[in-house]
Ligand binder design. Structure first.
Ligand code: FMN
Ligand code: SF4
Ligand code: SF4
Length: 363
């Protein structure tokens, strides 16, 4: 089972729709080249700014399965070093390079032309402050002919409104999204915060943020046909398909390759091929946006029907345990019993069944 991975992004042919997001793995040319060789379709640099970042200690921690909290800032290398050494060196590998520039229009003015000349294929703009992102987009479009992607923050008041505004200002695509925060975790052995940011605050990435990102990607997909890099909590092949189903054209990853290693990308490619085949799709492009028509404009007022596959059931009893109303029972001879008077059709039992033996289906 092989998957046609090659894809287009703003005039560039990518070896894969999986893009390495800006973060510690793309700290320099070395990291970028490793990611390119591991199979990423494009690699985004750590964010380039006027000042080099001085990060608090510690600044990255695991926060539950497949989720991290970080207080890491932008690049700790000077912009001049990116321009003179890291970008030209990285480009020798053949990587499609997205150069991240933050966080103000002045910094765009300082760095976009030299970054462009050094070999950037695409520019990504990022900011912590929503009021800077439209002026940054306008400035970038004025100064470069390279495609300009704008990265949105889920921490802004109205990310979809900002997507609309930057698209109107000429952005060629959207990356959705940055880390979610500020948030707090405490190490209970020391009673200290898990990361050393101001007030112990950090920003969440990985699995925990995926539903937030899915919601925004679905809304942004309705705004235009421009590329959307869906990024946030992509850990598995299922996550990739889900992000495409709400309208992403590419997916970005940062936490997954940190926690699972760069070699995980090959496994992910094979997993996507298998899953597409199981679901009856030929290519990832066929999946794009297929869920959007199923997002109801109004609440669903009709009950679903339960479907129980006795042969697939492994008697784990999860569906019985989680029912808040004690409505479900599994008899010794594997008959699934439902007390219709108690069942409120909340749906929870159907979502905890790992083998898919109990499902809710709409007619
Ligand atoms: C340790 C760390 C450092 C990051 N640094 C940057 C950065 O410099 N610039 C940026 O735009 N995003 C940065 N990000 C955000 C990621 O690019 C990405 O948007 C976020 O992690 C969500 O994707 P994920 O759930 O796949 O990790 C960083 C994320 C992490 C975990
Ligand atoms: S749908 Fe909800 S209420 Fe009904 S059996 Fe399942 S968990 Fe219980
Ligand atoms: S959760 Fe699924 S596998 Fe487990 S008992 Fe219920 S139906 Fe069977």
């Amino acid at each position: 089972m092989s998957l046609e991975l090659q894809t287009e992004l703003l005039g560039h042919t990518l070896q894969s729709p999986l893009i390495l997001g800006s973060g510690p793995l793309s700290y320099s040319a070395d990291g970028i080249i490793r990611a390119h060789r591991a199979g990423f379709g494009a690699v985004t640099t750590k964010t380039i700014r006027d000042e080099t970042a001085i990060n608090p200690f510690p600044h990255i921690a695991l926060s539950g399965k497949d989720t991290m909290i970080n207080a890491e800032k932008w690049s700790d290398l000077p912009a001049e070093q990116w321009i003179e050494e890291e970008i030209p060196e990285a480009k020798k590998s053949g990587v499609t390079l997205i150069c991240s520039i933050g966080h103000t229009p002045e910094e765009v003015k300082h760095w976009i032309v030299p970054v462009d000349k050094a070999g950037a294929d695409i520019i990504e703009l990022v900011s912590y402050l929503p009021e800077t992102i439209v002026p940054m987009t306008v400035k970038a479009k004025e100064l470069t002919t390279r495609p300009v992607i704008v990265k949105l923050s889920p921490n802004w008041h109205d990310p979809v409104g900002m997507a609309k505004a930057v698209l109107e200002a000429g952005a060629d695509g959207i990356t959705a999204m940055d880390s979610v925060g500020p948030v707090l975790r405490i190490d209970i052995r020391t009673a200290r915060p898990m990361v050393g940011g101001e007030r112990g605050y950090g920003w969440l990435t990985g699995s925990a943020i995926k539903p937030i990102v899915l919601r925004y990607v679905a809304e942004i997909a309705a705004l235009s046909n421009k590329p959307i890099i869906g990024m946030g909590g992509i850990m598995t092949a299922e996550d990739v398909i889900e992000m495409f189903m709400v309208g992403a054209t590419h997916v970005g990853l940062c936490t997954a390759p940190i926690l699972r290693g760069l070699e995980y990308i090959g496994k992910l490619h094979r997993g996507i091929a298998r899953l597409l085949n199981d679901l009856g799709y030929v290519a990832l492009a066929d999946v794009r946006g297929v869920a959007l028509k199923n997002l109801p404009q109004k609440e669903i007022a009709d009950k679903f029907n339960f479907k129980f596959d006795r042969d697939a059931c492994n008697s784990c009893m999860r569906c019985v345990q989680v029912c808040p109303y004690q409505a479900r029972a599994l008899s010794k001879d594997l008959e699934m019993e439902l007390n219709e008077d108690l069942c409120r059709y909340c749906g929870l039992c159907t979502t905890v069944c790992k083998p898919g033996a109990l499902r809710g289906e709409f007619t």
